[in-house]
Design a protein around this ligand. Structure first.
Ligand SMILES: Nc1nc2c(ncn2[C@@H]2O[C@H](COP(=O)(O)OP(=O)(O)OP(=O)(O)O)[C@@H](O)[C@H]2O)c(=O)[nH]1
Ligand SMILES: [Mg+2]
Length: 355
């Protein structure tokens, strides 16, 4: 999953990116910085304690810190266009007070900043819709086709939505329409996670910070909110697990920002994790909620799907409670599921195959 970090200048985008990925982009760079964050997963760690695997593989979240996102490029739209290829956006919104760090809009006002960036997404999409509409109308004059007429009608609705300054993500689309729009990679259609970058003084009460920013009530479709303190995350970045936990606790935090951010992103995108576990490797796999066992097997390896016989399935905590696969099998607790079984978050699966 690829997510793009957006936001107004000097809100902590790069700080957050570095903390999540461990990558420090060169100052003044021209290229986008791309990094991979390991998705923290306590369940996977616990499975690893049971198996002592040679290899432990977490799920990952790919992040892009867009270099061209400046005050000027936001104005002319060029910075924003870089983001078309991502699955979701993380909008870093400034909530921390610091007179030494200039703030584009003046004082702290998350709602204003969100509206402002949303407007840039909308303008960028509107340009695309208008261009495509012209093209389709020209083609329709040459040759009437049902597909083109459908597209023209949809584009007209989209244009009206955008002209009313509403993002495309709130528009109700049929599955067919959704598919039709996919190729355009519209920005205001992408799910968006607002990452409220709070000051250290607000860290102990993140829910309070979200409420204070007026972001708690009535979440819009395909949006999510998570509060993080980039400053604190920076301090724990390189610390061993226990020290990091103690440091977080000293601020009244139970989990790292990455843990909360990853959870919010999974929820927003409708993603879940299942595990494969053994002495060789314990590993977390990311799939869409509602995925069938045979398709989950394909996420591991296409051959596994092709030669799929059955999946042996047990919930991660049941497996731990029983003390391992052998005991689970003996007690008949390993369920045998077929291709159409809908994989659940936290399932540990072993795919039996004939390949
Ligand atoms: N006090 C405080 N300062 C922060 C926090 N997060 C970031 N900063 C500071 O804000 C400044 C801007 O941070 P960046 O991460 O460079 O922000 P950015 O959004 O990438 O900025 P541009 O790429 O220039 O638009 C830096 O001096 C950071 O140290 C925070 O949580 N608290
Ligand atoms: Mg930056």
């Amino acid at each position: 999953m690829k997510t793009g970090i957006v936001g107004l200048p000097q809100v902590g985008k790069t700080a957050l990116f570095s903390m999540l990925t461990g990558v420090t982009p060169v100052a003044g760079r021209r290229e986008d910085a791309v990094g991979v964050a390991k998705v923290p997963d306590d369940r996977l760690e616990r499975l690893a304690e049971l198996y002592h695997p040679r290899k432990l593989t977490h799920a990952t979240l790919e992040l892009v810190d867009v270099a061209s996102l400046t005050e000027a490029s936001l104005r002319d739209g060029t910075g924003i266009a870089e983001l078309r290829g991502v699955d979701a956006l993380i909008h870093v919104v400034r909530a921390f007070e610091d007179p030494s760090v200039p703030h584009a809009g003046g004082g702290i006002d998350p709602r204003r900043d969100i509206a402002r960036l949303e407007f840039d997404l909308i303008v960028s999409d509107l340009g695309q819709v208008e261009k495509r509409r012209e093209r389709v109308q020209k083609d329709l004059k040459k040759q009437r086709s049902a597909a083109l007429a459908d597209e023209a009608a949809l584009l007209e609705r989209m244009q009206a939505q955008l002209e009313a300054e509403k993002p495309l993500r709130t528009m109700a689309l049929t599955a067919a329409e959704e598919k039709l729009t996919r190729g355009f990679q519209f920005l205001s259609q992408k799910p968006i996670l607002y990452a409220l970058n709070v000051g250290e003084d607000q860290a102990a009460d993140l829910a309070g910070a979200v409420a204070a920013a007026d972001l708690a009530a009535e979440p819009a479709p395909k949006t999510g909110v998570v509060a993080v303190c980039a400053k604190i995350e920076a301090e724990i970045a390189g610390l061993p697990g226990e020290e990091a936990a103690a440091f977080l606790a000293s601020y009244g935090l139970q989990e790292s920002g990455l843990t909360r951010l990853a959870r919010a992103a999974y929820q927003l995108l409708g993603l879940i994790s299942f595990f494969t576990a053994g002495e060789d490797e314990c590993r977390a796999w990311t799939i869409a909620a509602g995925t069938r066992a045979v398709d989950a097997a394909a996420a591991i390896h296409t051959d596994l799907a092709k030669h799929f016989i059955r999946a042996e399935v047990i919930r991660w905590d049941e497996l731990l409670a029983l003390g391992g696969e052998a005991a689970a099998r003996e007690k008949g607790k390993l369920r045998l599921e077929g291709k159409d079984y809908i994989v659940k978050d936290g399932d540990v699966m072993h795919i039996r195959h004939s390949g």
